[in-house]
Design a protein around this ligand. Structure first.
Ligand SMILES: [Zn+2]
Length: 283
């Protein structure tokens, strides 16, 4: 499904720079006057709840930095577009970048429905909206969406690594959560080299089963109905749903946030439950 990412991003480009920003999360870089000098949690919790993790489970204690478990070989070398499972579970994922206009609504819905989601954050977003980032961490699982949301295939190896590790450091410093092993390419844009680099840094490249296209906004012909219908039409075991937390910069609509209650109720009516992407690798 790496191609679906490219198609989605190609669609973005044709809509224009503003919509592209809405979809993929360019945000003005906020000055960060003081480099981090502390607050990276290095202690290992001394208590833990019993776990039923199997050796292939990649889920990690999100508050524990450091090396993560090896990535299952089946999740290396390609963009994962579905949780490999035979159970009727769906992962709701939200990319964050341009703004956080839909976050309050999304978090309220998730809390009300007792559903956890996965949030892919750029370092820029976390620097700009640290309080939102902390709240999103508490509402599910965080993933790495690079520092600056660039097209990674255009960068050098060193630049790609820096984009990934810089975001990881920022997310961990601000939220206390290590985003590994969850990574999503900006614009869904990647080549074999980029996959190798992010895999080598301990990440699974996660794409999506369906893009709601809510980021296109009402000005792009989208609606709450169209968002809900796209999710339900693509419903399958392990479906990964791509949504965005921001508003469309042209029309200020927050269709993904607005559609979320109906997305959840519709999937539940079809027999689905919800998982974060920690479920990747759990079988
Ligand atoms: Zn993005």
């Amino acid at each position: 499904m790496g191609t679906s990412g490219r198609q989605a991003c190609a669609a973005v480009v044709t809509v224009g720079a503003l919509s592209l920003a809405a979809a993929c999360g360019f945000s003005p870089r906020m000055p960060n006057p003081s480099p981090p000098t502390f607050a990276i949690v290095t202690s290992t919790p001394t208590t833990s709840t019993p776990t039923t993790s199997t050796p292939t489970t990649i889920a990690t204690n999100p508050s524990t930095p450091g090396p993560t478990a090896p990535i299952p070989p089946s999740l290396v070398g390609h963009v994962v577009s579905r949780i490999p499972t035979s159970r009727k579970v769906v992962a709701l994922t939200f990319d964050a970048g341009a703004n956080g206009d839909g976050v309050n609504s999304i978090l309220a819905t998730l809390a009300k429905e007792k559903v956890a989601a996965t949030f892919y954050l750029t370092g820029d977003f976390v620097d700009s909206f640290p309080t939102l980032a902390v709240r999103m961490s508490a509402a599910g699982r965080l993933g790495n969406h690079t520092a600056d949301h660039l097209h990674l295939p255009t960068l050098t190896d060193a630049q790609v690594r820096t984009e990934v590790t810089s975001a990881q450091t920022t997310i961990l410093r601000v939220t206390g959560e290590d985003p590994r092993p969850l990574f999503r390419f900006p614009f869904g844009d990647s080549g074999p080299r980029d996959l190798h680099l992010v895999n080598d840094l301990g990440y699974i490249a996660v794409g999506w089963t369906v893009d709601t296209l809510g980021w296109q906004g009402t000005s792009g012909g989208r609606s709450v109905n169209s968002v809900v219908q796209r999710v339900l039409a693509a419903a399958t075991q392990g479906e990964i749903v791509l949504m965005h937390v921001g508003s469309n910069p042209t029309d200020h609509s927050t269709l993904d946030a607005d559609a979320l209650p109906r997305v959840i109720s519709g999937l539940r009516a079809a027999g689905y439950s919800f998982a974060t992407l920690d479920a990747l690798g759990a079988g």
